[in-house]
Design a protein around this ligand. Structure first.
Ligand code: NAD
Ligand code: 0WE
Length: 258
């Protein structure tokens, strides 16, 4: 098992359909010790039940990523659970106000823009900073985030989230430069559309799924398991020569011009 003796913190599990959960399952399968966080009390029960379903002792911590104090408290808990050493960090969170995911980008308010950027991009910096002392203690580490094609192409209605994902991908490259000398790699997986909680309530999502399945070389949509396995690869020593990279896990859709 490639990850035995390694430790991981996975941020972004809401339920069993979450991409973060598929990554956690792949990490566990390869022998890693995994800790989870949950955003708030509303999802706490569900996340703790999921954790218990795979292992009796899987540490869970509350972490609203916009709350610096909660980041510090969660990191302290992770340090206690893992003997002060962390090898892997997964950032799998995003949020924009519903009204900013429809209508015109030109209508985006400063408040909506800032909220989406803070949760969807800035938190890659603050979470990495929080994890860094434990990665230094481990002699290096690996960070992974989740992005989407809307970062570099126009996907109707993705709007301010596309702008945030462009920011997240640039942040991935700058962090990779910053932390490379310390043996910390920073990469992103660009996943194809998947019907998770974050995709519910997005009008026309079924059309997005059908369009991609119809055009992608593999003729179907990607699964959370496939994204989990690719994410696990980038986090693992098999990817020791890869940093600052965005890896497409989208059944090939991104290569198409027509
Ligand atoms: P999901 O709803 O299961 O996960 C989103 C998570 O973000 C939830 O766990 C939620 O609690 C968390 N979150 C939101 N605001 C937060 C905050 N302030 N603090 C802490 N956590 C917060 O949906 P998902 O599809 O698994 O999304 C995970 C990531 O994958 C996101 O970055 C998303 O943009 C990306 N992604 C999703 C798709 C897709 O089609 N589902 C495609 C490509 C990329
Ligand atoms: O990153 C995402 C979606 C993230 C997201 C989802 C919501 C729904 C509920 C962020 N904020 C919110 N806010 C809410 O109130 N994806 C990659 C999934 C997605 O969203 C789309 C897509 C795809 C794919 C929106 C329009 C078109 C395609």
């Amino acid at each position: 098992m490639i990850l035995s003796g390694k430790t991981a913190l996975v941020v972004g599990v809401a339920n069993k359909n979450s991409i973060a959960w598929a990554i956690a399952e792949a990490l566990l399968r390869e022998g890693a010790k995994v800790a989870l966080t949950y955003q708030n009390e509303r999802v706490e029960g569900r996340v703790r039940d999921l954790a218990k379903s795979v292992s009796p002792e899987l540490p869970c911590f509350q972490l609203d990523a916009t709350n610096e104090a909660e980041i510090a408290t969660a990191m302290k808990g992770v340090g206690e659970a893992f003997g002060g050493k962390l090898d892997m960090l997964v950032h799998s969170i995003a949020f924009a106000k519903k009204e900013d995911l429809e209508g015109g980008v030109v209508e985006t308010t400063a408040e909506g823009f800032k909220l989406a950027q803070e949760i969807s991009a800035y938190t890659l910096i603050s979470l990495t900073r929080g994890a860094l002392p434990m990665m230094q203690a481990a002699g290096g580490g690996s960070v992974l985030s989740l992005t989407y094609l809307g970062a570099e192409r126009v996907i109707p209605n993705y709007n301010v989230m596309g702008i945030c994902k462009a920011s997240l991908e640039a942040t991935t490259r700058y962090l990779a430069w910053d932390l490379g000398k310390q043996g910390v790699r920073v990469n992103a997986v660009s996943a194809g559309p998947i019907k998770t909680l974050a995709a519910r309530g997005i009008s026309g999502f079924s059309t997005v799924l059908d369009t991609v399945a119809g055009m992608a070389p593999l003729g179907r949509n990607v699964t959370t398991e496939e994204v989990g396995n690719a994410g696990m690869f980038l986090l693992s020593p098999w990817a020791s020569g890869i940093t600052g990279e965005v890896l497409y896990v989208d059944c090939g859709y991104n290569i198409m011009g027509m």
